[in-house]
Design a protein around this ligand. Sequence first.
Ligand code: F6P
Length: 331
Amino acid sequence: MVQRRKTFRQFLQQDQGLDTDLMMLLEDIATACRAISDHVRNGAFANVLGAADSTNVQGEEQKKLDVIADEEFMLHCANSTRVAALVSEEVDDVHWLKDAPQAGDFLVYFDPLDGSSNVDVNLSVGSIFSIMRLKEAVTPSDAAVLCPGTEQICAGYAIYGRSTGLVITTGSGVHGFTYETGTGEFLLTQPEMTVPPKTVEYAINSARETFWYDPIRHYIADCVAGKDGPRGTKFNMRWTASMVADVHRILTRGGVFLYPMDSGNEATGGKLRLMYEANPMGMLIEQAGGAASTGTSRILEVAPQSHHQRVPVILGSRDEIAQIEAYHSQD
Ligand code: F6P
């Protein structure tokens, strides 16, 4: 008899030993991702492609799907009576759901549609999320959501690509699920995803070369020099302009992803957001055996100053991240 794969719920219940509140929140997030997946897939029919004629808090042009994806996350995460607050890339203010949050309540951070410039050209996009748990009762304020990435109890993303995937960690490894369209279930397809320590593949937006500082300039020059260069190895470059797609590739076959601080983004602290991009991806990569760094320090230990804070991001195969950090300490 064919063995049926584990469903997301069975996995959370049987393998992860999560408490009911966290399990239900993760199921609500999976429901939001299912709904977003359908919007993304039906895009051209449902008139959801293109610009929304608005900008988000980051000053970026919003796509219609950015707005729709944000609504799905807001709607489904608000189901749980244990969610204290939601922090979305698309919304300026922290969205408090409770007037008097208690110890044990959740903070949920999310980028509802990452890489959305890829939507109109039918390339992979995704949703990223991070969950923390309040250690004590707090009064709602912006400062109350500023916990470092080491305090995450769960991180994950959905990828809307050739198939829809959901990848999560609750602190014991990284596990991948695939959306089965017939049943509407996420089924466990990639248990224990790992990032090999070595790689010959890097991902960076090389059009920013003119802005790079020396450590990145020298590292990339040495990779490009290939077999005859100081690394003595032929490297490949892959950049999708969708962090979820690049991280998914790294979790599948290794590699490094770089969005470093450069002279063009230094004024804002980098490009990617700490609380709902760098932290959750950093936790996933570390849990899979990789490393996540700003270039000089561990991303998960960055002390957040604001909920939309940006940070340099360099993550992936462990040995290669150590190399890149060495370029930073030499230059
Ligand atoms: O805003 C996030 C993001 O879209 C990431 O998903 C992606 O890695 C990056 O920005 C793309 O940046 P750029 O437009 O510089 O290629």
